[in-house]
Design a protein around this ligand. Structure first.
Ligand code: AMP
Length: 195
């Protein structure tokens, strides 16, 4: 099993690169943002509860996302590995994920951190708002809030994995294929080390 976290601020290209990576490596894509949007669309109680927080750019409670990830891990017991995208977003989530994976006799093997400068992030989110239909992309105040939440609550997660010596920084600017090639090089190396 090979488990990967794709880490980076909102707009750093995690979703785009995840789609390419799961095809290349046959991993199961676990995006808590996608899972929450599915719940919202279906109008479930969980989705309704999450909606107001997401639309304000705030985080959904840890128990909610950890519960979703736990169920998804159980539902994909025979997987080659998982690609976590947009999760973990707090230290508490990272600790919970370590415990869940330990129960399954596995762990996070690599954390790839997409580095993109702030000006470029805002430009990308403004562009994405035109096609994504996401209310949390469209409002500049919500975008700013998401970048603040990222800095205050999510960035420390990089330090958590740094302490486990699992983080590799990847230049996240350039064409989609250039960035994909950089990610691939790093994953191929990490997989060879695990084998
Ligand atoms: P994303 O698609 O990853 O940008 O997530 C969109 C929104 O969903 C975030 O701004 C949060 O409100 C919520 N969300 C997604 N993943 C998480 C998470 N791991 N923890 C808390 N909230 C999350």
């Amino acid at each position: 099993m090979f488990n990967l976290v794709l880490f980076g601020p909102p707009g750093s290209g995690k979703g785009t690169q995840s789609e390419k990576l799961i095809q290349q490596y046959g991993l199961i894509h676990l995006s808590t943002g996608d899972l929450l949007r599915k719940e919202m669309k279906a109008g479930t109680p969980l989705g309704n509860e999450a909606k107001s927080l997401i639309e304000k750019g705030q985080l959904v409670p840890d128990e909610v996302v950890v519960g979703m990830i736990s169920s998804a891990l159980d539902a994909n017991a025979g997987a080659n590995g998982f690609l976590f995208d947009g999760f973990p977003r707090t230290i508490a989530q990272a600790e919970a994920l370590d415990r869940l994976l330990e129960l399954k006799k596995t762990a996070i093997h690599k954390v790839l951190f997409l580095m993109v400068n702030e000006e470029e992030l805002i430009t990308r989110l403004v562009g994405r708002a035109k096609t994504s239909g996401r209310l949390d992309d469209a409002d500049p105040d919500v975008q700013r809030k998401r970048q603040d939440v990222y800095k205050n609550e999510t960035l420390p997660v990089a330090g958590y994995y740094q302490n486990q010596d699992k983080v590799e920084r990847i230049e996240g600017e350039g064409s989609i294929d250039e960035i994909f090639d950089r990610l691939r090089q790093s994953i191929d190396k990490a997989m060879a080390e695990e084998a």
